[in-house]
Design a protein around this ligand. Structure first.
Ligand code: HGY
Ligand code: MN
Ligand code: MN
Length: 411
């Protein structure tokens, strides 16, 4: 276990160095120089573990251990390797590292699987550069079409394809993947909440993932001089936006059942201290365990928006992402629980308030997910930390489960 833990810490420490904000968390945006460095590290490790390595037309990375069955579907193990701005070192990479080390154990024990094992490192799960999120998995499953993918631009107007080419990726490579080529998808992720730490349990077997939707809302008014424009002559986009945003939390609270609503990003134009803002663009992230709650709050949000669309204020809302709540595969849940029991590793069942690539794959193949504790429940911040011993426990659980799912025999 110690050697496995050491390798895990080496992977996490190395990947955490590929950040645009050293000393202030991990900022690794998709197709950035930091992405390029991280992907080279991941690909080199995959090769070191004897995997066949390739990238698809989105830049998702795959490392395959061929099986004895010809043209058989693969068991995928992995997660994403992009980050939020100033995020942590574990959100995403913990799952990629776990996939790597499961493959490492297959190699170490000279296991020959019947069904192939594939380690996967996914791009743009956070949506921090191109918006929406879950982009790598939505691309593989065809939820994000090639046309829509090509339309995406970052805040500097750079398109996905231009950004790919800038780091040497080839957008013309195959994108959508035939579901018949995937037997299962396993993802380790940090909990990003306080439950496992409070319970002092190292493993959470995920039962379900909340539904989520993201909007980008644009409020347009009239720019003007801050000093000479009387208060009753203004169409101030920022005042309208601020009044709306201040009311959103009560929509979620009144809906209840764990419904949450967040505005995480806001841009003001032209952003001058003595200029009345003529445009504000902000995001709304809305989640709940039941779809009806999400729909209810969307309806109330739209009604609220309508009440501010007057006196020269024009508001438009673009829905960037919509994912229904998802259940994990019951059979895989049982496999994960049996593997944990067999290894005498304590576990509990848990639901996810965070979105994950597993929720995209769940309509496409059999999916299983486990969580490990997050220190103080913190995530999406530089303080994010998880114990490499817990990652090692998750690797052992996934190794036992992957052996069953790939029908691998020890030589
Ligand atoms: O936002 C989420 O739930 C995930 O971290 N992308
Ligand atoms: Mn994540
Ligand atoms: Mn995240």
């Amino acid at each position: 276990m110690e050697e496995l833990q050491r390798r895990i810490e080496e992977h996490i420490d190395t990947l955490s160095k590929f950040t645009a904000t050293p000393g202030n968390g991990t900022t690794r945006l998709t197709y950035s120089e930091e992405d390029r460095l991280a992907r080279n590290y991941i690909k080199n490790k995959m090769k070191e573990y004897g995997l066949q390595v390739w990238e698809d037309g989105f830049g998702n990375i795959f490392g395959k251990l061929e099986g004895t069955l010809k043209d058989a579907p693969s068991v995928l193990v992995g997660s994403h390797f992009d980050s939020v701005p100033n995020g942590g070192s574990y959100d995403g990479p913990a799952g990629v590292v776990a996939g790597l080390e499961v493959a490492g154990l297959f190699a170490k024990n000279k296991l020959t699987p019947k069904y192939p094992l594939e380690v996967i490192a996914l791009i743009e799960e956070e949506g921090a550069r191109f918006g929406g999120g879950l982009m790598g998995s939505r691309g593989i499953t065809g939820l994000l079409s090639d046309e829509d993918f090509k339309q995406l631009k970052d805040q500097d107007g750079i398109s996905t394809e231009e950004a790919m080419v800038q780091i040497g990726l080839d957008p013309s490579l195959p994108k959508k993947r035939d579901p018949k080529t995937i037997k299962a998808f396993l993802e380790l992720h940090i909990e990003q909440g306080p439950i496992l730490e409070e319970k002092n349990i190292p493993i959470g077997v995920v039962e379900a993932i909340v539904g989520l939707t993201q909007f980008e809302i644009t409020v347009e008014g009239q720019a003007g001089h801050a000093g000479t424009t009387p208060m009753n002559h203004r169409s101030d986009a920022l005042v309208a936006a601020a009044n709306m945003i201040a009311q959103f939390p009560s929509l979620a609270i009144m809906e209840g059942e764990g419904t949450v609503m967040t505005t995480g990003r806001l841009q003001v134009y032209p952003n001058g201290a003595n200029v009345i803002p003529n445009k504000v663009v902000f995001t709304v992230d809305l989640r709940s365990s039941k779809e009806e709650h999400i729909e209810n709050v969307i309806h109330k949000m739209n009604k609220l928006i309508d009440t501010y669309s007057d006196n020269g204020i024009h508001i438009s809302a673009e829905q960037r992402l919509y994912m229904k709540p998802k259940e994990m595969n019951r059979e895989i849940i049982e496999h994960l629980k049996q593997s944990s029991n067999g290894l005498h590793i304590p576990y509990c069942s848990i639901n996810s308030g965070a979105g994950h690539d597993a929720m995209v794959f769940s309509d496409y193949t059999d999916v299983g997910m486990i969580f490990i504790p997050s220190k103080k429940g913190l995530s999406h911040c530089p303080e994010e930390w998880s114990d490499s011993r817990d990652i090692a426990k998750a690797v052992e659980i996934f190794y036992e489960t992957a052996k069953k799912l790939t029908e691998a025999e020890e030589k």
